[in-house]
Design a protein around this ligand. Sequence first.
Ligand code: ZN
Length: 187
Amino acid sequence: MSIASKTSVIPHRVDALKACTQGATYEGIIMPQDLPRLSATVVSVKGEVAAKVHFSRDESNYRVVTGELDVLVSVQCQRCLSALDYDLHAQMDLAIVTTEVQLENLPKECEGWLLDEQGEADLYEAIEEELLLALPIVAYHDPADCSAQGQYSTGDFEEPVPEKKNPFAVLGSLKLSDKAGSTDKES
Ligand SMILES: [Zn+2]
């Protein structure tokens, strides 16, 4: 039996074991203010998080939660230090465990999610964690959109261009023109 419960707002806490047995799916939104760590990490969270999470048992009989998370955030461009919009997308794939021992015994490739003593899952915390992990380490505007365009070092700017500004070079050319001019002037 599979129950798909569609809610407009993702529940904060879920009876994860029951949800796995039921094969429950939650689809909805989470308000940015409910994800304080994400809000503190980016410049701003520009909308609700659209989330779809599904509880089930996988082929190895592990209880798992899988999901898709999307939210538009504003992050800092590391070149010009102003804000830039970033479509943050995260995929959730966690094995649900109820004890530390189970957590340690999970296959290496499995990311575990340890439930609290009541067997309840803080869904927001897990979702927030996945979103934080999906954030880019550094973000940049497209060069054409970046206000720091040309202020950073590229091959073009590292090339020495002092020939014209070198005061000695200027003197040199003055001397040359003096000499050239002197014969003209005095004749
Ligand atoms: Zn920029």
